[in-house]
Ligand binder design. Structure first.
Ligand code: PLP
Length: 372
C-alpha cells in the first residue's frame, strides 16, 4: 500500500504543521520473519549473543521500575575509554547523538559540513532543523581511498560550522590515518569549527579518537554500543567531549531518553570488554575469510578495507549490486546495494554474521546463477 501524499496527510492534522517536515522520508523499520538482516550492521556473533543474554538475565526489577541514574556507568566508561567522567554524555543510540549535535550546535545560522558519503541521519536531522549542509566528496569515482583535500578547502573558506567525519567511514568502510585525523582536527581548530568524529565501527579495526579529546576542546567523538557490544536494540551510545561542551549538550536532556535497562546492560557488558575484544578480532577473521571466498569467485571486484563488521565490495558494474541484492533476497538474506550513494556506484555492502553463516552467504553470492 502506498502512503497518501504529504499534503493530504497534513490536511488530516487539525493543527498547523511544517510542510518541510512532511517532505522528509520516513518509514518504520520492518523485518520480514525468517530473513537474515545483513543490511544494518548489527553485531551477529554467538559469543556476543551469550554475553548479552547473560547481562539481560542479571537485570533487576529496579532497572524497570525506577528512573535511570547514570553515574556508575559513566564512571565505568571513563575507566574503559580513559576519558574523564564529566566529558562523557550518554544518548539513546548514536542516531540521537547526531540529532542532538545538529540541534545544539548547528542550528542558529550555522551549517553542517559533511565528508560524504556518510551516515544518512546527518542530512536527515539537518533537514528537520533547516540547517544548511555543505557536502565535501570523500570519494572520487572508483576510488579506494578517502580524499580530504576538498573538505580541508571548504573548512578553510567557511565560517565556523560543525564538521563531520566518520572513521572508519560507513558505508564505504575506508579509514583515515591518525595523521590525517590530527591534521583535520588542527585545521578545524584554526578555522573555529567544531569537529565531530563518529567512530561507530572503530572497535572492529582498533580505531579510537577519544584520546584526542583531552587536548582538543573543539572535538566530539561519538561511540555506539549497538554494533560493538551487541546492544542495537537497547539504544545506547556515548559522546566524548570537553566537560564544558558536555555540560552544554546535557542541557538538551538526553539523559531522559536513556533507559535504566540500557544503562544496566552496558554496565554489565563493559566488565566483559576483553571477551568483546576477542569477538571483534574474530569478526576481522570472519571478514578476511568472507572477502577471500567472494573475491575468488568475483576476481574483478575489490573489497574496501578495513571495513567494520561489514564489507563493501566495488563490483565495477552499476547494475550488479541491485541484482545481487535481489538474488540474496530470494534466499532470505538482506544486504545493501549502494548504487544510489555518491562515490559508491557499483558497490554493495554486506554486514557480517558468524563464520558458518558467512560461508553460506559467500556460497550464495558465488552460485553460478548469481549475477556477475
Ligand atoms: C556510521 C554510523 N553512525 C551511527 C549509526 C547509528 O547507530 P546507533 O544509533 O545504533 O548507535 C550507524 C548505524 O548504522 C552508522 O552506520
Amino acid at each position: 500500500m502506498t502512503a497518501p501524499p504529504a499534503a493530504s496527510r497534513a490536511d488530516a492534522v487539525p493543527f498547523p504543521t511544517r510542510p518541510d517536515v512532511w517532505e522528509l522520508p520516513w518509514e518504520p523499520r520492518r523485518q520480514r520473519s525468517g530473513v537474515l538482516n545483513l543490511k544494518s550492521c548489527e553485531l551477529r556473533h554467538p559469543v556476543a549473543a551469550e554475553l548479552v543474554s547473560a547481562a539481560a538475565h542479571r537485570l533487576g526489577t529496579a532497572d524497570l521500575m525506577y528512573y535511570p541514574y547514570q553515574q556508575k556507568l559513566v564512571a565505568a566508561l571513563s575507566d574503559y575509554q580513559g576519558h574523564e567522567p564529566s566529558g562523557i554524555l550518554l544518548t539513546a543510540g548514536s542516531d540521537s547523538a547526531v540529532g542532538l549535535v545538529v540541534d545544539a550546535l548547528a542550528t542558529g545560522g550555522r551549517s553542517l559540513i559533511l565528508h560524504e558519503p556518510t551516515f544518512e541521519s546527518w542530512r536527515y536531522y539537518a533537514a528537520l532543523r533547516a540547517v544548511p549542509v555543505v557536502s565535501c566528496p570523500a570519494l572520487e569515482a572508483g576510488a579506494s581511498r578517502l580524499e580530504l583535500t576538498g573538505l580541508h578547502r571548504t573548512m578553510a573558506d567557511h565560517p565556523p560550522a560543525v564538521v563531520v567525519l566518520t572513521n572508519p567511514a560507513s558505508p564505504s568502510g575506508l579509514a583515515l590515518s591518525p595523521e590525517a585525523i590530527a591534521e583535520t582536527a588542527e585545521r578545524a581548530r584554526r578555522a573555529g569549527h567544531l569537529l565531530v568524529i563518529d567512530e561507530c565501527y572503530g572497535a572492529f579495526t582498533g580505531i579510537t579518537h577519544v584520546p584526542l579529546v583531552a587536548s582538543s576542546p573543539h572535538l566530539l567523538v561519538l561511540r555506539s554500543y549497538s554494533k560493538t557490544f551487541g546492544l542495537a536494540g537497547a539504544r545506547i551510545a556515548s559522546v566524548a567531549g570537553s566537560p564544558a561542551l558536555v555540560s552544554y549538550l546535557s542541557r538538551f536532556r538526553p539523559d531522559s531518553t536513556v533507559s535504566s535497562t540500557a544503562l544496566a546492560l552496558l554496565h554489565t557488558l563493559l566488565a566483559d570488554a576483553d571477551r568483546f575484544a576477542e569477538v571483534w578480532r574474530e569478526v576481522r577473521a570472519i571478514r578476511a575469510e568472507f572477502v577471500q571466498e567472494v573475491l575468488t569467485a568475483h576476481p574483478g571486484w575489490r573489497a574496501l578495507d578495513p571495513g567494520g563488521n561489514f564489507v563493501t565490495f566495488r563490483t565495477g558494474d552499476r547494475a550488479l549490486p541491485l541484482r545481487m541484492a535481489h538474488h540474496l533476497d530470494s534466499h532470505q538474506v538482506r544486504i545493501r546495494a549502494l548504487d544510489e550513494v555518491p562515490g559508491l556506484a557499483g558497490c554493495l555492502r554486506v554486514s557480517l554474521a558468524d563464520a558458518p553463516t558467512m560461508r553460506k552467504v559467500a556460497a550464495l553470492m558465488n552460485d553460478p546463477v548469481a549475477p556477475r
